[in-house]
Design a protein around this ligand. Structure first.
Ligand SMILES: [Fe+2]
Ligand SMILES: [Fe+2]
Length: 241
């Protein structure tokens, strides 16, 4: 069973989510209405899910043809699989990614790409976008993006949680740690720790992970809780080793 829906945050951030019951996992794609009136997409979702995404977005008032820029947080099917469909709806579309990922996207899809620079803000359709490289979380070309206008972090696979996308009460840290430990999707807590320390210095009110609920209000506490988890675990490894 698969269910899907669109949620709107701060009037201008549209989250399309597909929840797959068998995996107990949701996949989100984000669409931001930029100051220029165009649409910025962060994560395209899988190619096979594009027809569903297209019709759900249209019901929410977004025509996929208005998507003129796509940020790809790393080269993986749920992050960029539907890119050819987006290109088919807008030939002038530009993709933004880590240099390694940008190179691969240009090679495979013949799409116009712009390589991003670590923590160097870039203006995309009037929207200030800050890419933050988070190497090896969980791929070498991984990045997350911060939008200062919304104090929002689009965190890709960081802060992943199993279960539906609805916000839940209580601290998200325990569920995030359980998701890390159950899935084994992170090769190294050292890399996660370094990424979290980089992320921590931004003024974050919203975290929008690709998998699982958004985090509002307790974003800083969640980041701190995870940093502590990485440090404890490293300490344990050192003592046991
Ligand atoms: Fe991923
Ligand atoms: Fe993912």
């Amino acid at each position: 069973m698969k269910s899907s829906k669109v949620d709107i945050f701060a009037d201008q951030i549209y989250r399309h989510n597909i929840f797959i019951e068998k995996l107990d996992l949701g996949f989100s794609q984000f669409f931001v209405r930029t100051p220029s009136g165009e649409t910025l997409c962060i994560e395209t979702g899988m190619r096979g899910d594009f027809p569903l995404l297209k019709s759900n977005l249209l019901s929410a008032g977004i025509d996929v043809g208005s998507v003129s820029s796509v940020v790809v947080p790393h080269f993986e099917a749920d992050e960029m699989g539907a890119l050819p469909e987006f290109i088919a709806h807008n030939k002038n579309l530009v993709t933004y990614a880590h240099p390694i990922c940008a190179h691969a996207l240009a090679d495979i899809f013949s799409v116009k790409t712009k390589p991003l620079k670590d923590e160097v803000p870039i203006n995309i359709n009037g929207e200030q976008v800050v890419p933050i490289f988070v190497k090896h979380v969980h791929q070498w070309d991984a990045l997350v993006v911060y939008l200062p206008r919304f104090k929002a972090l689009f965190s890709s696979d960081i802060f992943m949680r199993y279960g539906p996308v609805e916000e839940r009460s209580g601290s998200p840290v325990r569920e995030i740690v359980a998701s890390i430990e159950n899935s084994g999707y992170l090769p190294s807590l050292d890399h996660l720790h370094d990424a979290l320390v980089k992320i921590r210095k931004y003024d974050i009110e919203w975290i929008f992970p690709m998998h699982g609920p958004a985090i509002h209000n307790d974003a800083a506490a969640t980041i701190d809780g995870l940093i502590e988890y990485c440090q404890k675990d490293r300490h344990k490894e050192t003592v046991e080793g």
